[in-house]
Design a protein around this ligand. Sequence first.
Ligand code: LAG
Ligand code: CA
Length: 496
Amino acid sequence: YDKPTFLSDRNLIVHLFEWKWTDIAAECENFLQNYGYGAVQVSPPMEHITFTNYNNGNDLPWWVRYQPVSYKLSSRSGNEAEFTDMVNRCNKVGVRIIVDVVLNHMVGIGQKKGVNGVGSSGDSDFDATAGIETFPGVGFGAGDTHDKECDHDIQDSDYQNSAYNVKMCRLSGLIDLNQNSTYVQGKMQDYLNHLITLGVAGFRADAGKHMWPNDLKNLFAGVNNVRSDIFGPNQRPFIFYEVIDQGGEAVHAADYIEIGRYTNFNFGAAVSTAAKKNSNFGGLTKLGPGYGYGNLDDIYVVNFIDNHDNQRSIPPNVAIYKDGSAYKLAVGFMLAWPYGLPRVMSSYYFDTHDQGPPHMSGPYFNTTSPTFDSSNQTCQQSSGWVCEHRWPEIRNLAKFHQTTTGAAATAITSGNNALAFARSGKGYFALNNNNNVNFNLNTQTTLPAGTYCDVYSGELVNNQCTGTQIIVGSDGKASISVLPNSIVAIHIGARI
Ligand code: LAG
Ligand code: CA
């Protein structure tokens, strides 16, 4: 389960948070395939709660997507036909779909009045008044939950003291399902196999920390291989678990590595701390297995700077799109440094924690699409979408990531708030996190002689560099001067 089912030179995920299926299909075709993005993590596609009166009827929070009503493919992002079309069109251009699956729970126990599914079966499908724990769209009832073991919320102290409570009690009121039951497993296998039949590549298991690894092992053992006509014979789905483990807790990420990968929150924390100038960026040349707590082997980790949860913390303890160059340095480093499988976050602008995606008014708050600036391919701010994955510095480092696939980091230089390294024979990367001084290098790049475009300050367009040019001599050496709070990155795919 830990082997990405992606094209071999596209080991990179982008999370298109809250995007519609129709927009993702177009994004695969028009953009992602050209920059080395190998897979899209999509928002949960199942039927979810909705409110008609949230924030005086002006908004619908993003987190409704994490309250399943049934496993019908009907959500704010689109219906089953649109989902299927997206999977087909993305696969056709070599971009995979990873589905965020919410298996730990159903809706919040407190969600009674004004809460209904948005599925084809309409409001009657989830009849809250008929019993909050009855989900006729799946066939779950109170007997399929952990109510007998624990019918109250996980307490803060449980995270330190009780793995049992973390897995058996309710995560902020969400009705907790019993994944140990073969009946429950069967319903979930039907859902996951349906997605596999449609051509998805794998899953992000929401709230992985709140489910027993052994139950998950049995659950996924009953899930089919991914389609052989797309992925080749005998391939398991790629799976990673949302497990927040930054030390000092009862549940450990290491408990999950036999059944897939885990979300390594320690990576984004370490890089963000350096990017925000609270630690020496030069020290990150050690970032990998064994660097501080929780950074396990390459094949077990999905790394990221921020995700849709921690970008909303107040204040965020990781770098996010609002941090400007600190964020670009953090994501740039992640894409250049060979450790784990990276995931790029792609957001919409938000002011408050709960705020939903850009939308029209109306009963289901139809999400509106990103619009693009034709001159530089970025998303227009007026459309409400940030599209970090299209920022020139980030998309060009995504391309650097692709071009340098499999090349070791060599010729490593650790400076004071600065670092540099080659990706042997394929690329060279240098980063300066100082405010006032340049980072000057006269260095071995490992690259063939030639004139290269720095892909951070510009790119290669019509056989010319729109930014800085770097000349590599016949001895492989180059003089490079990195400006304050900036990067210089060159690779063999962007040379004149
Ligand atoms: C996750 N990972 O393990 C998701 O990344 C995270 O976004 C999910 O929480 C969480 N697990 C459960 O799927 C999100 C919001 C919560 C929200 C929850 C359910 O961060 O704030 O809770 O989704 O929608 C909301 C309210 C709570 C309320 C609860 C139940 O904020 O106050 O108790 O709904 O009604
Ligand atoms: Ca649970």
